[in-house]
Design a protein around this ligand. Structure first.
Ligand code: URA
Length: 236
């Protein structure tokens, strides 16, 4: 997306400027695990190694998944990208053609707008974790079927448990309805803070929809601000 188009988007959303989030240094402590009378001290490097093995195992399991028929039509699985210890977890619907080709979520036109929306909220794409309800592209970009979402749900749950986000952004109707287990329309789901396994969840319009409906961009911006405020409030 060129700069002029980007500015148009931002203007349509009523955004004047964006300020990059400053990163907060993480101070790590050793973890003490008690087993009877014995105490094991797990230090940061060991914990990091163990966690990266769990991530690698999960990604490899996903890439070989044959739980549903989508494995027959996909080019490759789209696991998710970004910061694996992010405060923000962004969950879309399913890979489209570009994502299926590149193996990364939200890399097409809608992805560019999502990236801009995140930037407008002061978030770099690399500092959030982005994934989808489905890890494989449904042929012709049709809506995911319930059994496909069910087959993939364990992967998403494990990703959430590993990332431990402070906020989840459900992008679009399918994502919101699947995560919240409801068939309520998106207009009813947006504008409030839900919970998913105790984690605040905010629903935003899908950028593909926003690309068609300029008027809704302002609402999308309001939803993002709600999410930003929720993270701030929960940080105390
Ligand atoms: N739409 C989605 O919901 N996810 C993607 O990864 C791309 C487009």
């Amino acid at each position: 997306m060129d700069n002029a188009t980007r500015l148009q988007y931002l203007e349509a959303m009523g955004i004047d400027a964006w300020i990059p989030r400053t990163s907060v240094p993480v101070v790590s402590k050793p973890i003490v695990v008690s087993e009877g009378t014995t105490e094991h001290v797990i230090r940061e490097p060991e914990l990091r190694n163990a966690t990266s093995t769990v991530w690698a195992d999960l990604e490899s399991e996903v890439s070989g998944c044959t739980k549903c028929a989508l494995c027959e039509t996909r080019t490759q699985t789209v696991f998710g990208t970004g910061n694996k210890t992010a405060d923000w977890m962004i969950i879309g619907e399913a890979p489209g053609q570009h994502e299926d080709e590149q193996g990364k979520p939200f890399v097409g036109k809608a992805g560019l707008l999502l990236t801009e929306m995140l930037r407008a909220a002061g978030l770099d794409r690399d500092e959030v974790f982005i994934t989808n309800i489905l890890k494989c592209r449904p042929p012709g970009n049709r809506d995911p079927k319930p059994d496909e979402a069910e087959s993939c749900s364990g992967y998403l749950r494990q990703q959430q448990a590993l990332v431990k986000p402070k906020i989840i952004l459900a992008v679009g109707r399918i994502s919101a309805q699947t995560l919240l287990n409801t068939d309520a329309p998106l207009a009813k789901l947006r504008g409030k803070v839900h919970k998913l396994d105790g984690v605040p969840l905010v629903v935003v319009y899908h950028p593909a929809y926003l690309l068609r409906s300029l008027l809704e961009k302002r609402k999308a911006w309001q939803d993002l601000q709600l999410a930003v405020q929720t993270v701030k409030d929960n940080k105390g």
